[in-house]
Design a protein around this ligand. Structure first.
Ligand SMILES: NC(=O)CC[C@H](N)C(=O)O
Length: 239
């Protein structure tokens, strides 16, 4: 069994250490004996048509505009979604997957990739701080694994259309648009706001993405150190 994970344009979409999401997926796959690889692709290089999971991270307004231009020219992300690959995108990456997003104080409209039924416009106040969300979308885990922690830092507020389902219910923070929802799921395309990076802080979410890509259930991977770290982060955000 093999798995190709692709970090997309981390020079543009990789602030706040979001490239760590790829390392977590790689390790959690390898620890289960899966022959996994992590590839870095930068603008100008083609996205591999063999990728199973594509990862996009956070970025500045200008960088996300450049990323969308390069991704449209490449076309590989659309092909990936058409053949059933997983796309997991954080913050700016999440916004560029939508139909459109606004940039700068003037909220200038930019066309997105249209891979998620969401649109993003500037919100009334920048969303900054530690967040806590309750995972509710398909694949949501029970018990403590359903709590998603991370931190958000975004000026754009994202509104979901009928084809997208919220990933989670907002408990603490702004989430999508201060409307009680966080993130979006549409088929195997998943967008969310939290950095951290989010996957080391929420290993159950990482395992769900692996299962989506591999199309089968994975056995749990007990890790007392990670459980302790998670308990710490959950207690900190609740304080
Ligand atoms: N942290 C980010 O990725 C920021 C995304 C976007 N530039 C915004 O401010 O909304």
């Amino acid at each position: 069994m093999s798995l190709e994970i692709v970090n997309v344009y981390q020079s543009l979409l990789g602030i706040y250490g979001d490239q760590g999401n790829g390392k977590v997926l790689l390790k959690r796959a390898q620890w289960r004996g899966i022959d996994a690889t992590l590839t870095q692709v930068e603008p100008g290089q083609p996205l591999p048509d063999t990728g199973d999971i594509f990862l996009l991270g956070g970025g500045e307004d200008g960088a996300q505009t450049s990323a969308v231009r390069a991704l449209k020219a490449d076309g590989g992300l659309h092909r990936a979604v058409d053949r059933g690959a997983v796309v997991f995108a954080v913050c700016a990456g999440y916004q560029v997957l939508g139909h459109s997003f606004g940039v700068g104080d003037a909220d200038e409209l930019r066309e997105g990739l249209g891979l998620l039924d969401v649109t993003t416009t500037r919100g009334p106040k920048r969303a900054v701080g530690e967040v806590l969300h309750r995972w509710t979308a398909p694949g949501a885990q029970a018990g403590d694994d359903a709590w998603l922690t991370g931190f958000e830092n975004h000026g754009g507020y994202t509104h979901l259309g009928a084809d997208a389902t919220p990933l989670a219910r907002r408990e603490i923070g702004v989430g999508n648009a201060d409307d009680g929802t966080e993130g979006a799921v549409q088929g195997k395309v998943v967008g969310t706001y939290p950095h951290g990076p989010i996957l080391p802080r929420n290993p159950a979410l990482a395992d769900w993405l692996l299962q989506l890509a591999l199309d089968h259930e994975l056995d749990p991977l007990p890790s007392p150190e990670h459980d302790a770290l998670r308990r710490d982060r959950l207690a900190a955000v609740r304080r």
